[in-house]
Design a protein around this ligand. Sequence first.
Ligand code: 1GP
Length: 239
Amino acid sequence: MNEAWYAGWRHVFKLDPDREISDETLDAVCSSGTDAIIVGGSSGVTFENTVDLMSRIRRYSVDCALEVSTLEGAVPGFDGYFIPLVLNTDRAEWINGRQTEGLIEYGSFVPWEETAAQGYIILNEDATAAKLTGAKTELSEDELVAHVRMADRLMRLPVVYLEFSGRFGDMRLVKRARSAVSGARLFYGGGVDNAEKARQAAEAAHTVVVGNVIYADLEAALSTVAAVKEVSADGLTAG
Ligand code: 1GP
């Protein structure tokens, strides 16, 4: 069977090209045992700062993917590419508009085997991404499940991403979403800033994305790696 390049990822660190990171911190993050680094951000992403961060991460063997959110920030040389489609907005530019513009420009150069669409469901109204995209973040459980089924069953997107960026979400809802997916991998990101939250997120989602705490408390960020890895892939803590 042909497994997707991100299929085995349980823990991922997300680095923002628009934020400063020292060589020491980057070394710790890339050598932490995380499964991959995703480069991406909601604002201030340019070709220059993306190339710069990519070339620094490239000194390490860790998998490195780019989440392409702007045309300017589309940089060749990553191991993989994620293309976010925001599902809980009525602004079409974020669902398929900008993505189509990207394909008009770069469609012949896309490494399709290493490119995957992410069905983004943004659930924290305070997140920059929610404001930028006009996401309808107040979803009932039924509405959330409907969005997940839209992504997974109708659109057959390979990744569903529950984005709580900046706030730890309701893990019961995340589990509910995971039980609703059939083929997609469920990514969870938002407010994972210690080992305990990492463990809870790992019990709920297939892949746990850790971002902000890298810049706020490196030791706490690093502790999330082992915490996620201690939870087996089906969400049961080992031992
Ligand atoms: C952000 O989902 C990621 O896109 C991670 O969220 O920054 O809150 O860890 P945090």
